[in-house]
Design a protein around this ligand. Structure first.
Ligand code: ARG
Length: 258
């Protein structure tokens, strides 16, 4: 009898240890009061690493995330990864939320929840001056690159229905710009705020807009696990920041307007 009791006792200890390991390995251990943000720091000025200044991820999204988490009483930890891994990281509980200039789409909404939109973006075609590409028709027979896992993949497929293009999918935006400059691709699809930063630094780059009705404009939102308890708090903070002008101030700090 005594042996049995000891055995049961040991079993209980083992079981409770296993349970701890299970929840403790997740990103969100509530007691720590740290929120882990997933991002893809290849997207200036939303999020990037200024290698001249160090290894810290900085940008528009980061400033917003810092303000929100501070106001809510959390520490912020940033995990940098490929854009294409972000939704998976959320699903696997490796991050608590994602800010990566990410646009809410129906497909993504199947697996994650989104905050309200905090910034709008237009889709541009970026080329080089000497490519003589000024319209969608000019893309016929050309190589057009997009970031893997981005909504620009869909944009490219739409263009492919109109003209014959080869779609090239790559992981990082600066890498795509490099491919463009070296002539290995003819054009890329990129969002306006990101394009402006590259245009400013490089006179040989050129853009034109993929015209769309206003309601089709893409925007950025924070992504969360389904039914995440922090979503509403984030939405409240975002609304506050819209109303008190903080969001505009952060946008002015990071975005060059044409
Ligand atoms: N807005 C686009 C999307 O959601 C592109 C975002 C790319 N973000 C990044 N950090 N590279 O698909």
């Amino acid at each position: 009898m005594k042996k049995l009791m000891i055995l049961i006792g040991m079993l209980l200890i083992v079981m409770s240890l296993a349970a701890c390991g299970g929840s403790g390995s997740g990103a969100a251990s509530a007691d720590k009061k740290t929120l882990v943000m997933g991002t893809s720091a290849d997207y200036p000025p939303y999020e990037y690493i200024d290698t001249a200044k160090g290894s810290e991820v900085i940008g528009f999204d980061i400033d917003i995330a810092k303000q929100i988490t501070t106001n809510l009483g959390y520490e912020l930890e940033i995990k940098n990864m490929d854009f294409n891994s972000l939704i998976e990281a959320l699903k696997n509980d490796r991050v608590d939320f994602v800010m990566a200039g990410m646009t809410p789409t129906e497909k993504r909404k199947n697996s994650v929840d989104f905050s309200n939109i905090y910034y709008k973006a237009k889709q541009l075609i970026m080329t080089t001056d000497d490519n003589n590409i000024g319209s969608i028709d000019d893309l016929n027979g050309k190589k057009v690159a997009v970031q893997l896992g981005s909504i620009q993949e869909k944009e490219a497929e739409k263009i492919q229905q109109q003209v014959d293009i080869e779609i090239v999918k790559l992981n990082k935006i600066p890498e795509i710009v490099q491919e463009l400059k070296s002539g290995r691709i003819d054009a890329m699809i990129i969002e306006d705020a990101v394009a402006f930063g590259f245009l400013e630094k490089d006179q040989s780059l050129d853009t034109f807009e993929i015209k769309k009705p206003a309601e089709k404009t893409a925007g950025s939102a924070v992504a969360f696990q389904k039914n995440s308890h922090i979503k509403e708090a984030f939405n409240k903070e975002l609304t506050k920041m819209k109303e008190n002008g903080d969001l505009d101030k952060i946008a002015e700090k990071w975005f060059t307007t044409k």
